[in-house]
Design a protein around this ligand. Structure first.
Ligand code: HEM
Length: 147
């Protein structure tokens, strides 16, 4: 059998390696995060674009209102973390499938996780440190922000 021939389905499994099987957990993560993302993404779209006045309600004050509650902060942060890790792990799979040069593959996969880590850090900081009252305060928030 050459390396590009698929093994007979009844071939006994190779002895299992001990220790953490990251590839297996990555596979499971894609399924679990996929289910959670359906709820989070469609909930997000429904609340922002369908409820109330729909898309016309979205402005700075709308975002301020949402980020005044820990519920929406955590909703968005969860969407950010799950989505970025899901997307990055999916891109890792695609890189593994198509990039045959070992060095290039390692560089691309490192780059993927570094970018994802930076975006997660930045996004999380934005959500939890968001302060709408930094001057110049828009007139729509004049009643909310101290003068
Ligand atoms: C709406 C909810 C989503 C569900 C239910 C979902 C589900 C899945 C599942 C089950 C896989 C694994 C497929 C496989 O192993 O063959 C996958 C792969 C992938 N997902 Fe998602 N996903 C969702 C959202 C997203 C989002 C928001 C992104 C981008 C940030 C994304 C990017 C990817 C990528 C790049 C792959 C790899 C594709 C491949 O292996 O060819 N997905 N998704």
């Amino acid at each position: 059998m050459t390396s590009d021939t698929i093994a007979d389905p009844r071939t006994p499994l190779a002895p299992r390696r001990k220790g953490l099987n990251l590839e297996k957990w990555g596979w499971a993560y894609m399924r679990v995060s996929g289910v959670l993302l359906v709820v989070l993404i469609f909930g997000h779209l429904f609340v922002n674009l369908v409820m109330g006045e729909g898309v016309r309600q979205i402005d700075f004050a709308f975002v301020v209102g949402k980020y005044a509650t820990p519920f929406w902060q955590w909703w968005d942060v969860l969407m950010l973390w799950l989505g970025l890790i899901h997307g990055t792990n999916g891109m890792r799979t695609i890189v593994n499938d198509y990039v045959t040069h070992n060095g290039t593959r390692r560089v691309l996969i490192w780059a993927l996780w570094i970018v994802a880590g930076l975006l997660i850090l930045l996004g999380t900081l934005v959500v939890f440190t968001f302060d709408p009252c930094i001057p110049p305060v828009p007139s729509s928030l004049a009643g909310i922000c101290p003068a």
